[in-house]
Every structure is written in C-alpha cells, then in structure tokens.
Design a protein around this ligand. Sequence first.
Ligand code: ATP
Ligand code: MG
Length: 438
Amino acid sequence: MDIKELYKIYQQHPCITTDSRDCPKDSIFIALKGESFNGNKFAKAALEKGCSYAIIDEKEYAVDGNDNIILVDDCLTTFKEIAREHRRHFDIPVIGITGTNGKTTTKELVSAVLSTKYNVMHTEGNFNNDVGVPKTLLRLDKNNDIAVVEMGASHPGDIKKLVEYVEPTCGMITNVGRAHLLGFGSFEGVKSTKGELYDFLKAHDCLLFLNESNDDLVDMAQKRELSRIVTYGQTDDANVMGEVISCAPFLKFSWTDLSSTDSKAKTYEVQTHLIGAYNMDNMLAAITIGLHFGVEAEKINSALEGYTPDNNRSQLDVTKFNKLIVDAYNANPSSMSAAIENFKVMDVDKKMAILGDMRELGEVSDAEHQKVVDQLKEYGFKEIWLVGEEFGKTNTDYRKFNNVEEVKEEIAIKRPEGYYILIKGSNGIKLFQLPELL
Ligand code: ATP
Ligand code: MG
C-alpha cells in the first residue's frame, strides 16, 4: 500500500497510537520496536481493544484474510511518512529548532510569545526524536496558524532525517556545544549534524534566525552562504540586541530592536523567572521570532515575564532550608560550564553545588570532568559535592559521592542549610531526587 492510500486511511481514522495499552476506538495502531519491545506482537490485541487498523512490519504477525492488518516494510518509516503527508496539508509557517542546549526552553518561549497572536501547535515536553517529531506533526490541525517543532540529535545524520519530515519554513540552532560526544565522535561531528538544519534552510531558501554573538553558528551559516537571515545577540550589529542587567537570582535583561525603522529604537527591560544568564539567548530568539511574525513588543515582554519553567530546567525552588537551582534533568560540558559561570556571577551569598556526572562523553569524559573541577576551583567555589563514577576519577579535594544514595545518607545526617544550591547532572545520576530532601 503506498503512502497516499495509507494517508487516506489515516484521514478516516485520524488518531494513531503506538502503545497497545492505549487503543482509542477507531484509531490506527503502528507497531514500533524498541530495545525491549516489539509492537508487532501486540497488533492483534490492539485490534481487539478497538483500533480499526494495525500497521505491522513482520510478516509472521499478519493474519490471512484480515485486511485491517497492514504489512509495510518498516513501521517507523511509515509512521514518519504519514506524518510528513499530514504536515504537507498545512501551508503555515513551521519553525524548526535544534541545538545542543536550550531547545526546549527556546521552543517554550517562542510558543509563549507567538501564542499571544496566533494559534500555535508546538512540541509537547521534549518529544524531539524520531518518534516524538512525527507525533508532534500529527497534532497539526486546521485551527493552527503556526508550528514550533523541536528536533534533537545524538548521532550524525539525525537532523537531516528529521528536517526532511518536518520541512520547516524557517529555523534556528540555539547553539552548538560538547554533548553526546560518544555518538557524534567530536565537536566537529556536533557542528555538522546540527548544520544539517542550515543545509535544509539553504536548499529551500528558508529564513534563518541566527545568534550573531555565537561564532560557531555564524561560521556555519557563512560556510553555507545562507542569505535570508535575521540576527539577534549581544552585539550592536544584530537585528535584536540584548544585554544582561542582573541575575539576582532571576535573569533580568534589556533588548532593543535595532532593525526598527524608528530613528530612536526603544529599549525594553524584561524581568524573567528563569535562572541563568545563558537564558538571555533563548529569550532573544523568542523576541526575534515574535517580532518577525508581527507580535507587538509589549505582548512579547509580558509573555516572557509570565513564563515560569516547571520542568527541572533553570528553575528556582525555595524550600524551608535552602534555595535550590534545580537543573537535574540534563548535563553536558557546555551546559555545565554555562551553569557554573552563571552561578559564579549570581549576586547571592552562601553558594553550594551538587554536581552529577555528565554521561555519554566517550573517550573525552575524563578530561571534561576534570575541566569542570578545575573551573570550580578557579572560581573559588568551596562547598562542592561531586556525584558519580566520572567525577570520582577527577583530581580534586572536593567531596565525592559514588551515587545519589550516598548523598541522601549524608543529607540525613547533616542537611546543608541557608544555601543557594546548584543541582546539576545527567538525568541518569538521579539528582532530581534531592530537592525534596533539601
Ligand atoms: P534536551 O537535549 O534534553 O532536549 P534542550 O536542548 O531541550 O535539552 P533545555 O531542556 O531547554 O535544553 O535546557 C536544558 C539545560 O541546558 C538547561 O537546564 C540549562 O542548563 C542548559 N541551557 C539552556 N539554554 C542554554 C543556553 N542557551 N546555553 C547554554 N546552556 C543552556
Ligand atoms: Mg529538549
């Protein structure tokens, strides 16, 4: 069955499930595979539970004479192709966002800004991979004026594959940094993979939103001779220029629309609810995209001021005992360095950090963890707890814990009190279990 026919079936049954435990009546079940499951095995059960069709890719699960079981070559490819076919029914701007750090935050901020004027469909949570992106595209409906789609990558070629389904009409890379080095091989590998978005924008003459202060991104855009560009950054040759005012602890910054035709461009101040000076870049991206799509400055500012993260990213938790900067959801050398840099300039006293290993760094892991402890020492931090095997190997006098359980034991004996505590590490280290104890 070709994709047009499959899409017709989808139009008659516009609900796809990939989870056989959740089979809404009249939906289509697609049998995806993971490391520990094979959806094909559940196709028959999905039909019994109410799905109208089951799409499978292993012949042995087909049932003779049952036309509701559709055999394809590869279910994931079919899923993505249906999503692309669906996306092609919408002649609306689709903003593609990728980058090493800040994709979700930027996506949320862009969506908050655009939602003041438009009906926006945006990636939910962190659904930014091979399965999450098609799911997102399938949520497009006729009420949407604009879409904001986050795309993640951990291997070369990942973004190329995703953009070919998303077909963004414009896009941006938040930044390129040292993350997933195990999958990418090197920083150059990160750059060329993220650059696959620029390749697409160039090939389709689409607009790029570019952080003019980021030399890597500027270089990548120049190499590809991208010409349709709107810029933002901390330099006065950007279209939208921003300046950090303070981080005490929340980021406050100012911005000016230098491309405005008014002879005296107005400067606005924004008091955010985000921790981290690095979030100004994410904010400037949202401002630039908002202005491009005709959102008024005042509305942009109130959307940004009203945005409060609730996802363990750049968030401040005030407990009875401490003030916690909880960033326990992800960590890589670039975001770790940005978080430490920010913690250093934060205008508060009594600082302490509990830092967990940065996972997936491959052969540079030892060196990258050592760089972190060296940076902490250079900045004069005293109260540092390091958690995990990788930090365990570093050469330092800071306190070390093998795992989060040991940290919990220590807190049970003597809880730190009266501190600003930065909590950051890869999700696998489970530092997210600590805030309720601190
Ligand atoms: P993921 O790869 O998990 O989808 P992401 O790119 O969506 O991550 P966010 O979830 O927005 O990124 O932010 C994760 C963390 O990255 C933040 O908590 C913060 O530590 C860091 N971060 C966010 N924005 C930036 C930035 N512009 N520069 C450096 N680090 C950042
Ligand atoms: Mg994300």
